[in-house]
Structure formats: C-alpha cells, structure tokens
Ligand binder design. Structure first.
Ligand SMILES: C[S@@+](CC[C@H](N)C(=O)[O-])C[C@H]1O[C@@H](n2cnc3c(N)ncnc32)[C@H](O)[C@@H]1O
Length: 286
C-alpha cells in the first residue's frame, strides 16, 4: 500500500499541527479585536513554522483550482480581511486595497510594508494553499501579538490565481502599487506562457492600476528580468522609471531585502535585478 503524505497522515506531527492551526484560523481569522479585552489578554501566539506548511514548489496557473472569487469587486467583503477598517456605524470600509503583492509567497514583503504604509490596505495574492495558510497564520499571530499598537491590521492574504481573476477583486484604477517579487521563472520556452508578465496580463494589470501607479518587479533570473522589461517596455501603458527614481523609492529598498526569496538570493550571494514601471494615462484620456 502506498504511504500517505505526511500532511494527510493523521498520526504525523505535521497533520496535528495543521489541524490545530486550522481550528485557530477558523476562530481568529475574521475577529476584530475588542480593545476592552486588551488588558486581560496576555497570551502571545507563536509565529507559524514553515516546515509544517510544505507543499510542491509550483502550482499550475492554468489549472482549475476551485478557487473562490467574487463575481464583481462590489461583492467582495473586505471587512473580513481588514476588520479594523470597517466603520462600525455604517458598516462600510473606510479604505480600499491599494497595494497588491502578486504571488506573495510567505508574506515577508507585506510584513515589512505594513508599518511603512499604515494607511494603505495591502493584499497578498497567493495560489498555493499551504503557503496562503502560513501567511494567514503569520498575520493572525502578528495582529494578536500587537493588539495595543494595532499593527499589521492593514495586511492580509487571499488564495487566488492572480493570472485569472484580478478584475473580479479590483475596480478600474483601484491599485497604486503592484509587486511582482521573484515570480516563478518558468525557464523552458514552452512554459513561457505561464509567466506572470505577458502582454495580455499587462493589459489587465494596467486596468486595475491607477494612472501614475507603479509596477515593481524583482528577480534573480536575468533572462526573466529581460523578459519582464521587454514586455513592459513594449506595452503602451507603461513607462520604465530610471535608476535615480529606484534609488529614492522606499518600496524598492524594502523589496530588495524583505521577501523570503530575496533573502535566499542574498544568502547565496546571487544577483537581484529590479525594474519599475509607471502606469501611463490612457491615450483616450489625454
Ligand atoms: C518564487 S515565489 C516568490 C514568493 C515571494 N514573492 C518572495 O519573493 O518571497 C513565487 C510565488 O508566486 C506564487 N504564484 C505563482 N503563480 C501565481 C498566480 N498565478 N497567482 C498567485 N500566486 C502565484 C507561487 O505559489 C509562489 O509562492
């Protein structure tokens, strides 16, 4: 008989850990923390451990993953992800998501962006289930452990295929920043169509980005960097920003150092290639 993977073997530590975290997640995920409970609250939550969230390195972006997504942005209930930003009297959100980390992986970029942009709602989109669960658990723990300062209330993650459903989540011109940090390189020629920057997808990114909004890209794979630059430069709605701009931008320095992939590249003393692009006005608006 074939052995079950550890994640499904009810006797394994990983299974027990995941079940426990899942219960926690169900209980804490959408809870707005009651300030009155702050004084009596002493329990700190441990940050999740990556070893319990292992899964395959890649997920096919063309598969049908049975993902949940709203029929239109109006149907999305953001208050579940950012309960602190729900107006208790009107029930409306006081802010909209304006920053998206596409393929956020383990969420390091959002964690570092959060205190720098406390008034922006930042959303990570991640296709892999266990990686998304890890980020959810990380944010639950960070919020819980920073109740008084209310830090990390402006970040959250959604399991989503960013190559398929972006306009279901965001209205036209909603975003001011989109990050593509160390995207999967899909090295083989026949797999290039699975890359997250393509002509068609760039038009979708241009739709959800506001005029003057920024696309940030970083990778350690030079060929992928050249690919992203070529496609973005060829697109009529994007213009590359120069090195001086990059050097003066706070997000570039965060992006260079905060992500888990970036740290891995750092340890191996690899190169990091950065390119940033500004969303231009639609020609019809000129
Ligand atoms: C190499 S990792 C980089 C993670 C993170 N940005 C970092 O720098 O540490 C690429 C991530 O993108 C995710 N991903 C790939 N295609 C995606 C898609 N279509 N939608 C959402 N996430 C995707 C992968 O699951 C993976 O976690």
């Amino acid at each position: 008989m074939k052995a079950k993977p550890l994640s499904q073997d009810s006797g394994s530590r990983r299974y027990a850990y995941r079940v426990n975290k899942q219960e926690n997640r169900k209980e804490l995920k959408h809870v707005k923390i009651d300030e009155k409970s702050v004084e009596s609250k002493t329990e700190t939550l441990d940050l999740p451990k990556k070893k319990f969230y292992r899964q395959r390195a890649h997920s096919n972006p063309f598969s049908d993953h049975q993902l949940e997504y709203p029929l239109s942005p109006e149907e999305m209930d953001w208050s579940k992800l950012y309960p602190e930003f729900k107006d208790p009297t009107t029930g409306d959100m006081t802010k909209k998501v304006t920053v998206a980390d596409i393929g956020c992986g383990f969420g390091g970029l959002m964690v570092d962006l959060s205190p720098e942009f406390p008034d922006d709602l930042i959303l990570g989109m991640e296709i892999r289930v266990q990686v998304t669960n890890y980020v959810e658990d990380r944010i639950i723990a960070l919020r819980n452990n920073n109740i008084e300062s209310k830090r990390y209330q402006n970040i959250n993650v959604l399991r989503a295929n960013a190559m398929k459903f972006l306009p279901n989540f965001f209205t036209k011109g909603q975003l001011s920043k989109m990050f593509f940090c160390f995207p999967d390189p899909h090295f083989k020629q026949r797999k290039h169509k699975a890359r997250i920057i393509t002509n068609t997808l760039l038009s979708e990114y241009a739709y959800v980005l506001k005029e003057g909004g920024i696309v940030y890209t970083i990778t350690d794979v030079e060929d992928l960097h050249n690919w992203m630059v070529k496609h973005l430069e060829e697109h009529p709605l994007f213009e590359r920003l120069d090195r001086t701009w990059e050097n003066g931008d706070k997000c570039v320095s965060i992006m260079l150092n905060a992500t888990e992939e970036g740290k891995k590249v750092e340890r191996k003393k690899g190169d990091k290639f950065v390119a940033c692009f500004k969303r231009l006005p639609n020609p019809s608006d000129l």
